[in-house]
Design a protein around this ligand. Structure first.
Ligand SMILES: *Cc1c(COP(=O)(O)O)cnc(C)c1O
Length: 345
């Protein structure tokens, strides 16, 4: 690997810009567990406003956002429904079960990250002495394991109405919901309108070093804040983190469109290669998942060519575009991948 490595493993690898570092340096600070950090308060107010919710709480990660959302809206021994490809089901160490005492029940996701209304309806429990109560429906937007698909407000409304009709609350794991809104020409508030709670990551495409924000009704967020404290997530001068988040919401949202264009261009180039299957028309945002046959051999060949990617499952590779990747990098990556594929073939 002579040239610079092109890192397409995840948008979590983004580093803070100089302006963001300056915002962190300049941040007014206080003890946030005592409710006295002005930068945290500012971020939480901004996040609540952007998502159209009453209140918000800064947490350490997207995983913690989902966990405290579950803890705030489910009792131990209750059940939460999510899609079969959901991040909360695959990648969060079974925290719902292990920490919150909540059982996750999955319904099928299609390849675009959607759940059918009939499947959600079927997964919700009625009253029976044998059954746990269905307390929560967890949706995901954009959908990580489904090529970053952006879910529409109407689809969310429809599924939320079913959950509501049965007395269950609705949470959106919106780790990349700013990508979803931008891709669909709508607002985050509209996408989250039918949900009780929505969490989003500051540390992915928005380019902040740490943090997520969970937003929702005041009472639910108060419970989430207490749950956060219970699991050790009460942070003191957290304005250091929040200042980066404020900067991100002010300056890093619109540029996500560049990541989307770069992902499309990457998918178009990949689609030309032998052994690689991907439909560029289905790339909504910044995640490209392609079928490649032997994914390990493919990733090794890419690695030798100085391109880093990941794999979500057997036979597939995943590329994520982000703030650290330019359009020229995409051309360069495609050139390297072409060479690597020729070497494998
Ligand atoms: C990244 C991600 C998370 C978890 O975020 P961390 O900050 O890595 O804990 C949760 N949900 C989705 C959909 C994600 O993509």
């Amino acid at each position: 690997m002579s040239e610079r490595v092109i890192d397409l493993r995840s948008d979590t690898v983004t580093l803070p810009s100089d302006a963001m570092r300056q915002a962190i340096f300049d941040a007014p600070l206080g003890d946030d567990v005592m409710g006295e950090d002005p930068s945290v308060k500012r971020l939480e107010a901004m996040a609540a406003e952007r998502t159209g919710k009453e209140a918000a709480v800064l947490v350490a990660s997207g995983t913690m956002s989902n966990l405290v959302a579950i803890m705030a809206q489910c009792a131990r021994g209750e059940e939460a429904i999510c899609g079969s490809e959901a991040h909360v089901f695959h990648y969060e160490v079974a925290g719902a079960a292990g920490v919150a005492g909540v059982q996750l029940r999955t319904g099928p996701n299609d390849a675009r990250g959607r759940m059918a209304t009939a499947d959600v309806e079927a997964a919700i429990r009625g009253e029976n002495v044998h059954w746990p109560r269905t307390a929560l429906l967890c949706l995901e937007n954009t959908h990580n394991r489904c090529s970053g698909a952006a879910i529409s407000a109407e689809e969310t409304d429809e599924l939320a109405a079913i959950a509501r009709g049965h007395g269950a609350a609705v949470h959106i794991d919106g780790a990349r919901i700013f990508n979803a809104a931008l891709a669909q020409g709508t607002t985050v508030a509209r996408l989250a309108e039918a949900a009780d709670t929505v969490g989003f990551c500051l540390s992915k495409g928005l380019g902040a070093p740490v943090g997520s924000v969970l937003c929702g009704p005041g009472g639910v967020i108060a419970r989430a804040r207490k749950a956060r404290k219970m699991i050790g997530g009460g942070m003191r001068q957290a304005g250091i983190i929040a200042a980066a988040g404020v900067h991100a919401l002010d300056h890093m949202v619109e540029r996500l469109a560049d990541d989307h264009a770069n992902a499309r261009a990457l998918a178009r180039g990949l689609a030309q290669l032998p052994m690689v299957e991907v439909d560029p028309e289905l790339i909504d945002t910044n995640i490209v998942i392609a079928a490649v046959g032997d994914e390990i051999a493919f990733l090794r060949a890419l690695y030798r060519a100085g391109v880093l990617a990941g794999t979500p499952r057997r036979g597939a590779v995943r590329f994520v575009t982000h703030y650290g990747i330019t359009t020229a990098d995409i051309d360069d990556a495609l050139e390297r991948i072409r060479g690597a594929v020729a070497a494998v073939a």
